[in-house]
Design a binder for this molecule. Structure first.
Ligand code: SF4
Length: 151
C-alpha cells in the first residue's frame, strides 16, 4: 500500500510538463543527507484508485503529467497505479522519481513516460547538479531509455 504524504503542482521536475507530483511516504532508501526525512515515516492518505481519481480529477485541466515521488517500498503498486492512471486519464503522462540505482526486477518501464533513477548523494548533489549520480530518462515506446540529464 502506497501512502500520499502531500502533493503539489510543479514545473521543474519533468521538462516541458506541468506535473501533479505526489510525495509518497515509507521511503526505504535512507539516503544520508536526505532532504525529506519526513517521507521515511508511515504517514499519509492511502493511495487507492478512488483517491487518485478524485485528486487527478481536481487538477486534470491544469496538469500534463502525474509524477510519483518515491514509492520504492512498493514498486509493484507504483506500476499498478501508473497503469490505472493511463487508462483513466489517457492524455496524462506518467513519471516516477525512484531513489533506486536501477529499476526493480519485473517493473515494466513502458508504464511510465519518464523515470528518474539514483539515490541522493550529498557530495554529488541533486538532479540539477552537473556532478550528480542521478539521471532522468524519457521512456520510448519500445521501452528504451533516453537520458535527458546532462551529467
Ligand atoms: S529517496 Fe529521497 S526521500 Fe528517500 S531517503 Fe533518498 S533522498 Fe530521502
Amino acid at each position: 500500500m502506497l501512502k500520499c504524504y502531500s502533493y503539489d503542482i510543479v514545473c521543474q521536475e519533468i521538462p516541458d510538463e506541468i506535473s501533479l507530483a505526489v510525495n509518497i511516504s515509507c521511503c526505504p532508501n535512507r539516503c544520508p543527507g536526505c532532504h525529506s526525512q519526513w517521507l521515511w515515516e508511515d504517514k499519509g492518505e492511502p493511495m487507492t484508485e478512488e483517491m487518485l481519481s478524485a485528486l487527478i480529477g481536481s487538477y486534470s485541466s491544469a496538469v500534463t503529467c502525474f509524477c510519483f515521488m518515491g514509492g520504492d517500498a512498493d514498486p509493484a503498486e507504483i506500476q499498478k497505479m501508473a497503469i490505472f492512471i493511463r487508462q483513466k486519464f489517457p492524455g496524462l503522462k506518467t513519471a516516477w522519481y525512484s531513489g533506486r540505482e536501477e529499476l526493480p526486477e519485473g517493473f515494466d518501464p513502458k508504464v511510465m513516460d519518464y523515470i528518474k533513477l539514483g539515490p541522493y548523494k550529498e557530495a554529488l548533489g541533486g538532479l540539477k547538479f552537473p556532478t550528480t549520480n542521478q539521471a532522468l530518462y524519457r521512456i520510448e515506446k519500445d521501452g528504451s531509455f533516453t537520458k535527458l540529464t546532462i551529467s
